[in-house]
Design a protein around this ligand. Sequence first.
Ligand SMILES: [Zn+2]
Length: 139
Amino acid sequence: MSTTLTAEQYLARSIQLATANVHNSGGPFGAMIVTADGRTFDGVNRVTADHDPTAHAEVTAIRTACRSLGTHDLTGAVLYTSCEPCPMCLASALWARIERSSSPRTGMTRPRSASMTPFSTNTSRTGTGTNCCRWPSLS
Ligand SMILES: [Zn+2]
């Protein structure tokens, strides 16, 4: 019997994390990182509880995964989140090289497109490169 969950089950788990977090003085947001080899790392919103404006669920999940794995590179990982990632979380996921994200609003995972790799494909960070600082397509 396989213990691998489906995307829908990971999304449901992120929502469960969000719900439980409210009872732990946190905001109603949860996220999970699932690595390419199936390891999972949870994150919940701790903005008000920890007085940390960057402690969104996605960021805390990325921090936990990176610290646990001893790397900043989560290539091949998928981010499941209870809410559409904000620009900070999306940028954090890009910096962590997360492959895809999924939230209840999108309803399915989105493949990482070429436009979602502005920093790794840039030849210039001065604003003159054609891909410099472009936001990924949200369609
Ligand atoms: Zn966020």
